[in-house]
Design a protein. Structure first.
Lengths: 234, 234
DNA sequence: CCACTAAATGAATGGCATTCATTTTTATTA
DNA sequence: TAATAAAAATGAATGCCATTCATTTAGTGG
């Protein structure tokens, strides 16, 4: 009850006795703001308002809005499931990791172009995720010089799939051009019908595509390992 | 020589005798601007300057900046290679399509979050691409109700991989946290060494990851089609 | 005790997409 | 053909947004 003290009372200028901000508080406020208003609502002004502080005060703790996004990203990376890599068979561990990774970032699609290109240096949680995944791959017998490529390939699929989750249900509506695209229009109808037969509602379509692609990747990657190379994963 | 007529001469207000703009001219100017200055440089003001016109004039031809991005996207979709689907074996056609798709959008990464979520309705070139791909899948014997899911899965991988192309060479530099991430750090070093042995310079790392993932997807999807199994794994 | 640094305020600044009133020209229609 | 509507331009706002700067106040290290 005493938390949002006096919103109306203006604080006078000058350093306060106890610091009002900190990267942790900024991170939590940013996450809450995104949850409530989406990334469009994540502005420095809105963030400051939420923290009951002037916008310029934020710049004592972050260098830019980009910095705020990085704080959020690091927090999210800590929510990705990697525990399976220590214990489970390789395909199960990858499956659990991939689904949780996709689901975490499906709700944070605007971060994806940022993450995909962001150096991991000084991003501890992100690095810990990669460390766990790498040990799991090594444990399964992957040759060391291919592990990072395999992770990057899986990650690319995951990022693209996370974006796909945000697509509207009618994204493939061919509209007035249906007559000129008969094969595609038919395939889209069949897919929708199949999804409904399954009793699954709208959003499940991206789930089906993700499952299909992930299983194909798992099978294909396993097969690539199998022949004469360092042994099949498991 | 006569192209940029009189930059300094102010046109007086009012409709000009011949229209100065049009969606085609706007599209070309936007593409040129992006080529020269990147997406940061693609502002309505810069676009107008390039077309020797007032910014507000653009709004007689597009509803918003988002519209400009859609014009660019449609143009780019026309550059994706789909001719193989009419003639080549399925894996070859998919390979050619996937590589060209990725390469086209690697240079237009900021468009990817837009495309991934954009309805295809009234986007003729985009639809024609999907039509060609779909016919190729059908020709290869894919069950109609799985074609769209397979395309979406491949596309997700392609979009994610296109983002990856823009990553800096040192994206996986573990910096001061190397000691806490020994497996990952070692794998990154091995990868870099392998890339150098190949004589391939920097950007080739994302190519290797893309090739690995694409071949795995192709193999996995083909296997899922095999006689006995009724399609994708559940 | 004093200088320095940290952390806040509040008032700019400049860039951006977009809107609106106005003007001029072309196209339509009665 | 005359009147009117619609199209396409200008130029001046508008409002939002990230960021910077001068200023104020409060702890901190020598």
């Amino acid at each position: 009850m005493a938390e949002p003290q006096d919103r109306a009372v203006r604080r006078r200028a000058g350093r306060p006795p106890r610091a009002l901000l900190g990267t942790d508080k900024i991170t939590r406020a940013a996450l809450k703001l995104v949850e409530l208003e989406g990334y469009r609502g994540l502005t420095m002004a809105a963030l400051a308002r939420r923290l009951n502080v002037a916008p310029s005060a934020l710049y004592n703790h972050v260098r830019s809005k980009q910095d705020v996004l990085l704080l959020v990203e690091e927090d999210l990376m800590g929510r990705v499931e990697v525990s399976g890599f220590a214990t489970d068979p390789w395909p199960d561990a990858v499956r659990a990791w991939a689904w949780s990774y996709r689901n975490v970032f499906a709700r944070h699609a605007p971060l994806i172009p940022v993450i995909a290109v962001l150096p991991v240096t000084d991003a501890p949680r992100t690095l810990m995720m990669y460390e766990a995944v790498t040990t799991g791959f090594a444990r399964a017998g992957w040759p060391e010089d291919q592990i990072v490529d395999a992770i990057v390939a899986l990650e690319s699929f995951i990022f693209g799939s996370a974006l796909d989750v945000g697509a509207p249900a009618d994204i493939f509506d061919t509209g007035t051009l249906a007559a000129q695209t008969p094969s595609f229009t038919a395939a889209v109808r069949r897919r929708a019908a199949a999804a409904q037969d399954n009793g699954a509602p709208g959003a499940a379509e991206s789930d089906r595509a993700f499952a299909l692609g992930l299983e194909a990747l798992l099978a294909g990657l396993s097969a690539g390992l199998a022949p004469g190379s360092a042994g099949a994963p498991g």
